[in-house]
Design a protein around this ligand. Structure first.
Ligand SMILES: Nc1ncnc2c1ncn2[C@@H]1O[C@H](COP(=O)(O)OP(=O)(O)OP(=O)(O)O)[C@@H](O)[C@H]1O
Length: 714
């Protein structure tokens, strides 16, 4: 199914005049419903442009009508296990916050409070209809992306670190915010209290175009967990209120607002580039160029996506409105896979008396590329040799536990007898996803447990431990220094590897191997050495005996072992079993990041091409980089650079298109970006600045420069 794109035209505000209205809804050919937005051509008023959407809502549309038509029908899907994403997009002052949040009066409530109301109502009904057999737990996280940094809105502003919270790519392909808090929410009253308070933490300010302008993108995630006996189904509704694009020739923004505005405009520009690239079927989508696009992952996430395009009907918004109509009409072409999240069958909780283990208990999680789960399982079932790791779920078992007589109820639906990868039992761990206390029910094992404090049940101990662990980990993530930013060089290499995977020139097996290498490299760059090790190990069967790869694996193993020893030695004696359990879990979960701080220098030094078989020596690599540095600094100044900058700053499309390496698309994107980013007269002053513009990059700038040299400019 494609992204559903609907347009909403806001009514006139005080002081706005009827005569200035230029945006009108129109009916489609059958004349039944409005699906078209009409707007005059700014160059020729007698001509009109028409943009078709899935639905168009005019100025008289109430909050209730919009919700009932566009959001309410998807509540059912949410409870069937599909993720639902609703986001509001549009120029500043067009009604995004009004649509998503709305006012306090009942009739004014926007999509978000109505969504929560629907979720709680449905949850109650499900519990009632199942006679309590199914329980539904709702939990919220709420955060904002301000100046491309992520801040938790459920935490007080004083707790923020300047660098914000880091993003992390999960093995299942989703991007998550590390260290984000999550609050259980019992009912609508609970939600309202949380939400109203959290909104006071969001950055808003008065601009000339909107008295309460959102200066950040706000993302509310509503996690719904349904548990029926040992089956757990989890799905998430995300409601996103994007900040609006701003034309700074109209805002009169001061310095601080301009910085915010540049960040907002840049992220929205990247979003439009992503939409363009997806709509054109390009392989490389520039998600990584902004946090907002990484999180939104348009077309990457499964489920249902609804884009609400907010429009102001006025002439003063003419060009901005045209631009957002253009972007959103292309978004309709984005396909989203309507796939439900997997049902996961609970594992019985481990006995806390099993203290010999130092291996983290891990949740079930589907792998990012789980497309060959069935193929591998089928091959194994047919007695064929399975020479590649079968990808089912990464279930990391506790080594010290007796060999598994897996209880009948502990399995994953799609893979009744999952094959273990060789690395499954090697004791490595991945960053732990915090298990949910309310999901852990008493089992035979936990009931046999003799608690040291007779008044506390094993369940309660488990719940306390989980709670404490999540608190400590969240605090650590916030206190920890931000993960090292990837250098441009590393990013380029990762992208090259990605392109290599994508270009389909390799046979399936090799591509699969490259994919593992890419993931390994990404984990390593983020400092997650244990996960990186696993990925390298999984790549090994595709590059058997490859010396460099074996070397990397050995090096990582040594780093991890050193750090584990250090962590064990540093352990303080603990007072009681609960505290001991907490300490053990925290240590397990945070082992990776701590280990990696120390190991990072090793990983950094390891700068060979990741493909193993490419025989570039380290010295050679260093030398070529050194040469590049010199050449960059040489071309940074001088008449040719100035000539290049003059052409760029002219914003003259035909001149820019004349530069080597800049086709019409790149040139148009560049001019559009310059127009959006700057107040009149602002210029790009150095080639360094030029290289940071999305879509330009070092290579493009170098080619444009070389073209001028070859053409004998100056
Ligand atoms: N459908 C509507 N009915 C009544 N008032 C509306 C409607 N849509 C928007 N408004 C009003 O228009 C003004 C601007 O709306 P809002 O703050 O929601 O814009 P926004 O797109 O979120 O802007 P920004 O991007 O700057 O945050 C507010 O006063 C809001 O109450």
């Amino acid at each position: 199914m494609s992204v559903r794109v609907v347009a909403r035209i806001r009514p006139l505000l005080e002081k706005e005049l009827d005569k200035d209205i230029i945006v009108r809804p129109a009916s489609n050919d059958d004349g039944e419903s409005s699906t078209v937005v009409k707007i005059p051509n700014p160059r020729n008023e007698s001509e009109e442009f028409s943009f078709t959407f899935n639905s168009v809502y005019d100025q008289s549309t109430t909050q209730e009508e919009l919700f009932t038509a566009e959001v309410s029908p998807h509540l059912k899907s949410l409870f069937l296990g599909l993720d639902v994403t609703i986001f509001a997009y549009g120029v500043t002052g067009t009604g995004k916050t009004h649509t998503m949040r709305g006012g306090l009066k009942l009739a004014d409530r926007g999509v978000i409070p109505r969504l929560l109301s629907g979720v709680f109502r449905r949850a109650k009904k499900i519990a009632k209809d199942s006679n309590g057999d199914t329980t539904v737990v709702v939990a919220l996280s709420y955060y904002e992306i301000y100046n491309d940094k992520v801040f938790d809105l459920l935490e007080p502003v004083e707790k923020r670190t300047p660098s914000g919270l880091p993003l992390r790519a999960e093995a299942n392909g989703k991007t998550v915010v590390a260290g984000l808090s999550e609050r259980p929410c019992q009912d609508l009253k609970d939600f309202e209290q949380l939400y109203i308070e959290a909104n006071t933490n969001r950055v808003t300010a008065a601009t000339k175009l909107n008295a309460h302008s959102s200066r950040s993108h706000a993302i509310l995630r509503v996690k719904v967990t349904q548990t029926t006996r040992d089956m757990v189904r989890e799905s998430t509704a995300s409601a996103i209120d994007l900040a609006g694009s701003e034309d700074n020739r109209r805002t009169d923004n001061g310095k601080e607002r301009l910085v915010e505005s540049a960040a907002i405009n840049k992220s929205l520009f990247v979003l439009s580039q992503c939409i363009d690239a997806i709509a054109r079927g390009e392989r490389r989508i520039p998600f990584r160029e902004s946090k907002m696009t990484r999180i939104l992952s348009l077309g990457q996430n499964n489920g249902i996506t609804i884009m609400i395009l907010n429009l102001a009907p006025l002439r003063s918004y003419h060009l901005d409105t045209l631009s957002s109509l253009n972007v959103s009409s292309r978004a309709k072409r984005i396909e989203v896979r309507e796939i439900e999240n997997e049902i996961v069958y609970k594992q019985p909780p481990r006995s806390t008396t099993n203290s010999g283990s130092n291996i983290a208990r891990q949740p079930l999680r589907p792998l990012a590329n789980a497309h060959n789960i069935n193929a591998g399982a089928a091959a194994a079932a047919a007695g064929k040799p399975v020479d590649r790791p079968v990808k089912a779920f990464s279930v990391y078992t506790d080594k010290a536990k007796p060999a598994p007589t897996r209880p009948a109820n502990t399995s994953v639906k799609r893979s009744p007898q999952p094959h273990k990868r060789p690395s499954d039992s090697d004791g490595g761990s991945r960053p732990s996803k915090i298990t949910r206390p309310e999901l852990v029910r008493p089992t035979a094992v936990s009931r046999q447990l003799k608690p040291s404090q007779p008044s506390i049940s094993a369940d309660q101990i488990e719940a306390m431990v989980e709670k404490k662990v999540s608190e400590i980990l969240a605090a650590r993530t916030q206190a920890a220094p931000p993960p090292p930013e990837l250098s441009d060089e590393v990013k380029r290499r990762l992208e090259a590897l990605e392109r290599r995977i994508d270009d389909g020139r390799h046979d399936d097996a090799k591509s699969e191997g490259f994919r593992f290498l890419l993931m390994a490299r990404q984990h390593k760059e983020r400092g997650e050495n244990t996960s990186a090790l696993k990925m390298y190990e999984m790549a090994l069967p595709y590059f058997p005996g490859q010396a460099k790869l074996l070397g990397k694996i050995d090096k990582l193993r040594a780093c991890i072992a050193t750090d584990q020893n250090r962590a064990v030695n540093a352990t303080e004696p603990m007072a009681d079993p609960v505290t001991r359990a907490i300490e053990k879990k925290v240590k397990k979960s945070s082992k990776l990041s701590e280990a990696d701080d120390d190991a990072y220098s090793v990983a950094e030094a390891d700068d060979d091409d990741d493909e193993g078989h490419v025989g570039k020596t380290k010295r050679k690599g260093k030398k070529s980089r050194a040469v590049k540095k010199v050449s960059e600094s040489v071309i940074e100044e001088g008449p040719i650079s100035q000539a290049l900058l003059d052409i760029i700053n002219s914003r003259d499309l035909s001149m820019i298109m004349g530069l080597q390496g800049l086709g019409p698309k790149k040139a148009r994107d560049l001019v559009e970006y310059l127009e959006m980013q700057s107040v009149d007269g602002d210029c790009i002053e150095t080639l360094g600045q030029l290289r940071t513009i999305p879509g330009m990059g070092g290579r493009t700038v170098d080619r444009a420069y070389e073209g001028l040299v070859a053409g004998g400019v100056c």
